[in-house]
Design a protein around this ligand. Sequence first.
Ligand SMILES: *Cc1c(COP(=O)(O)O)cnc(C)c1O
Length: 233
Amino acid sequence: MSIKSNIEYIQKLKGKAAEKSGRTADDVLLVAVTKLHTALEINEAIDAGITDIGENKVQEILDKYDSVKPVKWHLIGHLQTNKVKYIIDKVCMIHSVDSLKLAKEIDKRAKQHDLIMDILIQVNSAQDENKFGITTEETEALISDIAEECGNVRIRGLMCIAPYEEDVNDARPYFAAVKKIYDKYLDNRSEKVDFKYLSMGMTNDFQVAVEEGSNLVRVGTAIFGNRDYRREK
Ligand SMILES: *Cc1c(COP(=O)(O)O)cnc(C)c1O
């Protein structure tokens, strides 16, 4: 299967899932996750209509940035504060903010570049110890703290990585818990807390995530095939 036909297939499934929750395919943004894939493969995806790509490591963004055609870059993986400065002017959104410390560093670097950085708060609704993110209980306090202290950061929504489940339906409650918080803010928007994105769903669970209300899916394997982890530095 080619990258192009994989993308067409994902778009179709995404549309079906969106319809199940009263929306259309266009209401759900497909972010192609390109980690461990080459600029050549990424450009093929862009030629096939991909507008947004996601990387989970700062170094990979820097390595590929100049070889990839114009596209919106998303930082979707855990971000160390000392690396914010390298990507602040390269990405359109950071999905993985889970502390005030990180938000403050993003704010500081955004100010230096005279830009407003869009961020998502990563919520670990399954309280999975192996994953980053804050608990559902901590989410509202972190959002108010960031809104109060970070003038150059705009909170655009929430992100969630569900634990791997043998039966993907078992992930529904974790998505639903984050959607519930998302809805509260959707009806109560301001300049600093301007919700638009609910980033949930990967290759394994994106259909279920969309049915539960996600409007941004991060799909890698189903587009590019398995990742070759020997490429990892
Ligand atoms: C790798 C990754 C994805 C994509 O995973 P696939 O299973 O390959 O679709 C999505 N989100 C994050 C945060 C990732 O690191």
